[in-house]
Design a protein around this ligand. Structure first.
Ligand code: COA
Length: 383
């Protein structure tokens, strides 16, 4: 496989973007990425989006976005893997360049969730319809079951979960593109309106609009453009059962464990080599479980680690320096690409107040549903 590097990135602010359409926000992010990369053309493009048909009544997003971006007739492909659509879009672009099929490819992601659709119902189409959704459970409820199991098995507390939200809001307050830039306290999280026991409002990622895009290219192209090479060391993906009840246990996410194993092997690295990680904190418990399943902490220790500040900027392994899904926002199809953008900025030393000193190797973990799909990337900053 050829070496693949990220040479440009662009995103919109995440939040309630009522004055713009899904096309407007995708094109805005894409143009910023193209300008940042300094390229005149792209060979092909991918658009990660979970459910634009249900959210805004528009499908066929590959063609729609190529048209509005003015890049027809290049190949343009819509990628769907629920909330992992963005990460999988990036993986497709990586594979296309790594294979030698193309030299310069755009990986984008977008979602417009606040235009009036029944968001909870639309999101729930990523769970098992017959055995979960029909019984009345949606994503807050599914992750709440994971949280209760983790609390029972390892003594994880609500306060430890709250520490995840507090840390992510602190990081997000330093991110100009974040939806919620306010700092919050443990007490505010614990006393917030109940959504699905044990989660209050502030344990949940919000409903968001947003778009993000990156340009990946071969090392030769990056050299010609005199770009600092932010190289993709690993791209790995795994799946798991769609329903929680089919798994041997629910305090471990098998797709995360399996994708991580592949990613570390491909990069020739171990968890202690990672300088920062963006993880899929759709609910506070998700960050706790994933931080364990990626090997940063022993099973059952993720909650304590968050409470002790080990995942804060300056801690053992800074997690979600961008603010994560919790504070930055979670326009589902754009999330995986926004994670790559955070790594790109950190590895270029351009993350401003949230910069992790000396960051050289970053990981992004993006998952769909209650972990039925997971995609992981490891990026390294070259000289
Ligand atoms: N974090 C912080 N603040 C939030 C928030 C969140 N997750 N969600 C909403 N808010 C704020 C709003 O800005 C609003 O503030 P305001 O009154 O100052 O304007 C207030 O809380 C109420 O917002 P509202 O939109 O009425 O909330 P809601 O009750 O409709 O939705 C959730 C709240 C948590 C149910 C919703 O955000 C949700 O479903 N989140 C999970 C999304 C999800 O499942 N994603 C996929 C994961 S797999």
């Amino acid at each position: 496989m050829r070496d693949v590097v990220v040479i440009g990135a662009g995103m919109t602010k995440f939040g309630e973007l009522w004055d713009k359409s899904i096309k407007d926000i995708f094109v805005e992010a894409a143009l910023r990425a193209i300008e940042d990369a300094g390229v005149k053309q792209i060979d092909s493009m991918y658009v990660g989006a979970m459910s634009s048909g249900l959210f805004v009544g528009q499908e066929h997003l590959g063609a729609v976005m190529a048209d509005y971006l003015g890049v027809t007739p290049i190949p343009a492909t819509h990628v769907e893997s629920a909330c992992a659509s963005g990460g999988v879009s990036f993986r497709q672009a990586f594979l296309e360049v790594a294979s030698g099929a193309s030299d310069i490819v755009m990986a984008g992601g977008v979602e417009k969730m606040t235009d009036g659709a029944d968001v909870t119902e639309a999101l729930a189409t990523a769970a098992d319809q017959e055995y979960e959704v029909y019984q009345g459970v949606t994503f807050p409820g599914l992750y709440a079951m994971i949280a209760h199991a983790h609390m029972k098995e390892f003594g994880t507390t609500r306060k430890q979960l709250a520490a995840v939200a507090v840390k992510n809001h602190r990081n997000g307050s330093k991110n100009p593109n974040a939806q919620f830039r306010s700092e919050i306290t443990i007490d505010q999280v614990l006393n917030a309106t109940m959504v699905a026991d044990p989660f209050g409002l502030l344990d949940c990622s919000p409903v968001s609009d947003g778009a993000a895009a990156v340009i990946v290219a071969s090392m030769d192209v990056a050299k010609k453009l005199k770009k600092k090479p932010i190289k993709v060391l690993a791209s790995a993906q795994a799946s798991d059962t769609i329903a929680l009840h089919s798994r041997p246990g629910i305090t471990t996410l098998g797709s995360v464990v399996n994708a991580a194993k592949k990613a570390y092997k491909m990069a020739g690295l171990k968890p202690s080599d990672i300088d920062l990680c963006e993880v899929h904190d759709c609910f506070t418990i998700a960050e706790v479980v994933v931080s364990e399943d990626l090997g940063f902490f022993k099973k059952g220790e993720g909650g304590k680690a968050a409470e002790k500040g080990l995942t804060a900027i300056g801690g053992k392994i800074p997690i979600n320096t961008s603010g994560g899904l919790k504070s930055k926002g979670h326009p589902v199809g754009a999330t995986g690409i926004a994670q790559i953008i955070e790594l790109y900025e950190q590895l270029n030393g351009k993350a401003g107040d949230r910069q992790v000193k000396g960051a050289r190797i970053g990981m992004a973990q993006n998952m769909g549903g209650s972990g039925a799909s997971c995609v992981i990337h490891i990026l390294e900053s070259g000289k």
